[in-house]
Design a protein around this ligand. Structure first.
Ligand code: PCD
Ligand SMILES: [Cu+]
Length: 805
């Protein structure tokens, strides 16, 4: 007799969509059983280490490796001269520029790779690095992107001298990379010039760094007998690395296997291709031994991809009662020595043109100028989809600046200009089609949750008490309503090196009703093994506990573009659902055959196909799986497998309402976060517990960036924040309590309605923290001060406003 457990019980047993299923990967992580790049040890493995430039700009006159080579255990010292015959002394960047792998005649930023030492152990390699003698002749340094555009500014990229056409259009100066624009400038200017009120401000989003717990690294191993190259590494996009490695090295792509093992955080830092990977590959080919390269913390902070460094000037026009009429944005983007931004090919400034935010702005224009300076290359989406935090910070600051100019409450100003629910799908003046949203509901919920009116009253009283000399603390209320754009992306406009940004999932159901799913993405801590199994569980009726999710091995996983820009859920998550639906379609045919009914006489019921009107006649997915390996329908292939390559029709637009309540001590510059409320709407929620973890992590990174984290340079290009002594990384001590909340507005085009969420808390968090600081000083005349708001800067703001008496 077949048992008929009740619906709810069967559903719960699946641990599908909406279940706060515990993370399956944590069993190994919490027991120290993770397998990271540095855990990989191979017989005869050698170790690489870089000689790096102490100068930000210098001519390399000579390199003498004699003493280093004489050190026992040193196998080789590679320089640009050694790579040149292989055509590998320079490499292409994702942004259409090229970058030196090893210094070719000169160095352009502090920490730049000059020579690669290969030795039998890591310590010998490090000792040998000190023995390499490099003769530098220092050159004038440019760290300011505005000074870089002076007519007589030093020429940084001599290799581009006379090149007037760049990868993204004309170059108008020897340190200019591109100008990129969107929208209608004349229309935006007309709207602003004719506006009753105009607010204007320059907003700087400083240079920072993703700083994952695990630094970047790889192990390259050339099997000369079989002609196979295996590359283990901290890659956020393993398939792309394989393709790039093949194009660069000339090794056939089928002879290259790229494996991303466990990754200790990526945050955009591990998207690009670094000289360390290229040098390790060359070294293993030359020596025939596996070569490991793992950078240390200082190298990671100084030389791998930075984020932001955007000078954003905005003009915003409005009516007297606060209806926004136009927005004009101009950005000077400091890209460092090489344009190595990680963005879809057609978007050299990423998706910055989402800078109209959550607002219905009739006329808008934005332009971005990319500029070379003597700083490290990069420009990655540190927990934000391609320049989206920059855009969100810009508009959320501009709204505050406009509110001051109007003498209006900033919450009211926002509500007045939100895109209304019935306007979705909404096409912005800068060309994006927002898929879905309900901003007013989220906003009202947030204001109510924090008791907004009472807070404003308390704030006003505090200002009075401060003026009477009864307190030295001010109260700031930081508001943000952000709209993200994630899930790159439609192949029609998003590609990397010509490869469309689809993603993939391949599923095999085993005879006994368990399964393996492989995806083109790669988890760096997000918990994909947990959540993607949940999507499938709901689609195919097999418990998530019986589904293995595997990513990151290019020999087994279907081709995918990787994990960044919160694209895994919108793209690979959609592929997973679609592959699941293919499985279910075949399962339905098999069930119909076994039950001797027509396909259409069956209906899907959680984990089985049931004959309509005869609930006792059914076949469970497990039964169908077994049958598929044996009594499959005559003429139909045995087995139950499917693969989906998913090209999303649009991106997804998650949004959220964040409110930060902050106390500020004007005498010490210290702050205390009294309350942080974060409402996120990421459409259909797969795993609420994972979402909450994502939000906590992203908010903490936002706190870091807004309140202290910075890659700072001095006038001669020295990195002043190259260690964790100076680079702010919050610990539990600095991290406040977060209150999380949600609304759920599904994406209309995603098969399960899900949008991404991983980046949202950073995109919305930074303006919330920063607006709180600004808001505390609003009553004393502050409109704009630059991040990061460390104690010194806050103290200085108070002093400049005359609050120190
Ligand atoms: N609705 C929904 C959504 C989502 N989810 C979940 O959550 C997560 C996330 O997701 P997304 O949003 O889709 O994302 P993804 O793609 O996966 O990832 C990425 C992201 O993620 C984040 N998070 C994290 N976490 C961790 N732990 N670690 C890491 O590293 C990281 N990173 C960061 C970043 S930065 Mo970039 O790269 O910058 O662009 S981007 C990013 C996963 O698990 C999923 O599944 C759910 O549940 N639901
Ligand atoms: Cu970004």
């Amino acid at each position: 007799m077949k048992d008929l457990p009740d619906t709810e019980e069967r559903k719960a047993g699946l641990k599908g969509l909406g279940c706060s299923r515990k993370r399956v990967e944590d069993a190994r992580f919490t027991q120290g059983k993770g397998n990271y790049v540095d855990d990989i040890k191979m017989a005869g493995m050698l170790h690489g280490d870089f000689v790096r430039s102490p100068y930000a700009h210098a001519r390399v006159k000579s390199i003498n490796a004699e003493a280093a080579l004489a050190l026992p255990g040193v196998i080789a010292v590679l320089t640009a001269k050694d790579l040149e015959p292989l055509g590998l002394h320079w490499m292409p960047t994702l942004a259409g520029d090229k970058q030196m792998v090893l210094a070719d005649g000169k160095v352009l930023f502090q920490g730049q790779e000059v020579a690669f030492v290969v030795a039998t152990d890591r310590y010998i390699a490090a000792d040998a690095v000190d023995l390499v003698e490099v003769d530098y002749e220092d050159l004038p340094v440019v760290v300011d992107p505005f000074k870089a555009q002076d007519p007589d500014a030093p020429v940084l990229r001599e290799d581009l001298e006379g090149v007037t056409e760049g990868a993204h259009g004309p170059r108008r100066h020897h340190n200019h990379i591109f100008t990129w624009e969107a929208g209608d400038e004349a229309g935006a200017n007309a709207a602003i010039d004719g506006a009753e009120v105009v607010a204007e401000e320059t907003i700087y989003y400083h240079r920072t760094h993703p700083c994952p717990l695990e630094t970047c690294g790889c192990v390259a191993s050339m099997d000369k007998v079989n002609g196979k190259l295996t590359l283990y590494g901290t890659f956020q996009a393993p398939h792309v690395v394989r393709t790039v490695a093949s194009l660069l090295s000339g090794i056939d792509e089928h002879n290259i296997r790229v494996v991303s093992p466990d990754i200790g955080g990526g945050f955009g830092n591990k998207v690009g291709v670094y000289p360390g990977y290229v040098c390790s590959i060359v070294a293993t080919i030359v020596t025939g031994k596996p070569v490991k390269w793992v950078e240390d913390r200082m190298e990671n902070l100084m030389a791998t991809a930075f984020a932001r460094d955007y000078w954003m000037t905005g003009r915003i026009g409005a009516t007297k009662d606060g209806r926004i009429t136009g927005l004009h944005a101009h950005v000077t983007a400091d890209h460092g020595a090489f344009d190595a931004c990680a963005d879809p090919t057609k978007f050299p400034a990423g998706f910055f043109h989402i800078c109209t935010g959550s607002y219905d702005i009739p006329a808008a224009y934005c332009a971005v100028d990319g500029i070379y300076t003597n700083k490290a290359p990069g420009g990655v989406a540190y927990r934000c989809s391609f320049r989206v935090t920059e855009a969100a910070y810009f508009i959320e600051r501009m709204i505050e600046v406009l509110a001051i100019k109007l003498g209006m409450d900033a919450a009211e100003l926002r509500a007045k200009n939100f895109i209304r629910k019935e306007q979705f799908p909404y096409t912005s003046a800068l060309g994006w089609e927002y898929d879905s949203g309900d901003y007013h509901t989220a906003w009202d919920k947030a204001l109510k949750a924090v008791g907004y009116e009472a807070l404003r009253k308390e704030q006003a009283e505090r200002v009075e008490a401060f003026k009477r000399g009864e307190t030295r603390k001010l109260l700031g209320i930081g508001l943000t309503h952000f709209t993200e754009i994630v899930g790159a992306g439609p192949v029609k406009n998003c590609d990397i090196l010509g490869m469309g940004m689809f993603d993939s999932c391949e599923i095999r159901i085993h005879p006994t009703g368990s399964a393996i799913a492989r995806l083109g993405t790669i988890s760096q801590g997000q918990g994909h093994a947990t959540t993607f199994a949940q999507i499938l569980a709901s689609e195919i009726g097999i418990s998530a506990d019986k589904i293995t999710v595997e990513e990151g091995d290019t020999d087994t996983a279907p081709y995918g573009l990787g994990t960044y820009g919160s694209r895994s859920t919108p793209v690979a998550g959609a592929a997973t659902a679609m592959a699941g639906r293919k499985i279910r379609a075949k399962a339905q045919m098999i069930a119909a055959y076994l039950l001797e009914v027509h396909d259409d006489d069956l209906e899907w019921d959680i984990d089985r196909f049931v004959v309509k009107g005869a609930p006792e006649r059914f076949k469970t997915m497990a039964e169908i799986a077994y049958a598929s390996y044996n009594q499959a329908i005559p003429g139909v292939e045995p087995g139950l497998e499917a693969v989906s390559y998913y090209d999303p029709p649009n991106m997804t637009y998650p949004f959220g309402a964040y409110i930060c309540v902050m106390e500020i001590d004007v005498d010490t510059g210290e702050h205390e976060i009294r309350q942080f409320y974060a409402l996120d709407d990421c459409g259909t929620r797969i795993n609420p517990m994972i979402i909450e973890g994502q939000v906590h992590g992203g908010l903490t990174e936002a706190l870091a960036i807004a309140m202290g984290q910075e890659i700072a340079y001095d006038d001669i290009g020295n990195v002043k924040t190259g260690t964790l002594m100076d680079f702010f990384l919050p610990t539990a001590w600095e991290t406040p309590h977060y209150t999380t909340d949600h609304t759920e507005t599904p994406s209309p085009h995603h098969p399960i309605g899900a949008k991404g969420v991983g980046e949202s808390p950073n995109v919305g968090g930074v303006p919330a923290f920063s607006n709180a600081v600004h808001d505390a000083f609003r009553a004393f005349g502050l409109t704009q001060t630059h991040m990061p708001h460390d104690h010194w800067r806050i103290w200085k703001t108070a002093r400049d406003l005359g609050l120190h008496g």
